[in-house]
Design a protein around this ligand. Structure first.
Ligand SMILES: Cc1ncc(COP(=O)(O)O)c(C=O)c1O
Length: 390
């Protein structure tokens, strides 16, 4: 522990870790590629664990508190966080169910309101598991491309809703807010328009809000269930992304007032399959991790500005529009002459690993996703490698 955090005063706050320590991590980001590759791909953060989370876990280990999860602590912690951060009172234990993680929770919500063979609308380019999980649950994906400005295109969405409901089946819309990979934070007026369009077509809305705490840069996160007309919707929330807890998964499925009866049909084995350690970590993060999160958001805003400048200076053929949400940067390489999969070329020539754009669906070709949740030094080094490759 001392080796990891020699400076006691700093260890109480937020900090990025050094490369030597990161290389000792055994998670996907650090073990997929050989050690001469700098990984800036999968959505893991290169920070030290938030001290309140570390303390809660250490206490659980000391107590041997390794049984099954119990009680409403997680949902109460989220309710308090939502009230304090977004002024939203809508999280209640009566309309919340613990789920193992966000994607499995999203599939459970889709199962409540659609049948196998039904259609699920997504806004491409989008987080690739939106395709895999929908398809492996026997539903089909209908794409509604985002506009050129990276925002929801209501005409495209309407057309997708029309196609998804044309055969008379039940349809759902799996929305991502903030959007992975563009970092777009949907505005209240956009979400209200979504809710009204969904109502008109009888489409049920399931919103993945895993990146909700990761909004800065003057934008404001608006919980979908807080907007007018969203009563029949569902939301998936989690501390996973904002406090880097993918290895300690847990999430909450929330229902609007008119969806409470549907939520009550989630099979009990879903909530029973949630990790107790995940719940302990997420509860501590939401209850005691707000100051740490503020430190992270400042660091991410600085990183975004740094990266924007570095791209303009060293990668002039690459287009980047910083989003206000997530720690992800969606890069357009179509003028850089690297073909459909620029990440493959950057890995080969530059020894830097971004996430390739192709699995993000229509609009992903010629793009790659860069993970900004690392130190300014490593961002600078990654851009240097990208420039060398170009
Ligand atoms: C939009 C989005 N949803 C879900 C996940 C994964 O969440 P979980 O591990 O809780 O399924 C991620 C991970 O990066 C994500 O970006």
């Amino acid at each position: 522990m001392d080796e990891v955090s020699p400076d006691r005063s700093r260890s109480e706050g937020f900090r990025w870790e050094r490369l030597e320590l990161l290389r000792r991590r055994t998670s996907k980001k650090w073990r997929t590629h050989p050690s001469d590759v700098l990984p800036v791909w999968v959505a893991e953060m290169d920070c030290a664990l938030a001290p309140p989370v570390a303390q809660a876990l250490a206490q659980a280990v000391a107590l041997g508190d390794t049984g099954y999860p119990a009680g409403a602590g997680y949902v109460e912690a989220l309710a308090g966080f939502a009230r304090a951060r977004w002024g939203w009172e809508g999280v209640t234990a009566e309309r919340a169910v613990r789920v193992p993680d966000v994607m499995r929770g999203a599939v459970e919500m889709l199962r409540l309101v659609t049948d196998p063979g039904d259609q699920v609308v997504v806004n491409c380019p989008v987080y690739p598991p939106f395709y895999h999980f929908v398809r492996s649950s026997g539903r089909a994906v209908v794409e509604a491309p985002l506009g050129a400005d990276g925002r929801i295109d209501l005409a495209e969405l309407k057309e997708a809703f029309r196609r998804a409901t044309a055969d008379g089946g039940r349809a759902a819309y799996l929305l991502c807010n903030p959007h992975n990979p563009t970092g777009t934070v949907h505005r209240r007026d956009e979400l209200e328009a979504v809710a009204s369009l969904a109502e008109a077509f009888g489409v049920r809305v399931v919103v993945d809000e895993i990146h909700a705490p990761l909004v800065s840069g003057g934008a404001e996160f608006v919980p979908y269930l807080s907007v007018r007309g969203a009563e029949s919707g569902f939301s998936l929330m989690s501390a996973s992304k904002a406090w880097n807890l993918a290895g300690l998964p847990a999430a909450l499925a929330l229902a609007g007032e008119a969806a409470a009866a549907d939520l009550a049909r989630v099979p009990s084995e879903v909530a029973d399959g949630v990790s107790h350690f995940g719940v302990i970590a997420h509860t501590a993060a939401l209850r005691h991790g707000a100051a740490w999160l503020d430190g992270l958001l400042v660091a991410l805003a600085e990183n975004r500005a740094l990266f924007d400048g570095l791209v303009a200076e060293h990668l002039p053929s690459v287009r980047y529009r910083p989003g206000a949400g997530t720690y992800l940067a969606w890069l357009d390489f179509r003028d850089a002459g690297l073909g459909a999969d620029p990440a493959a070329v950057l890995l080969d020539r530059g020894r830097v690993a971004l996430t390739g754009g192709l699995p993000f669906g229509t609009g992903g070709a010629g793009h790659a996703r860069f993970n900004l949740a690392t130190s300014p030094e490593l961002i600078t080094e990654a851009v240097r490698r990208m420039a060398t490759a170009l």
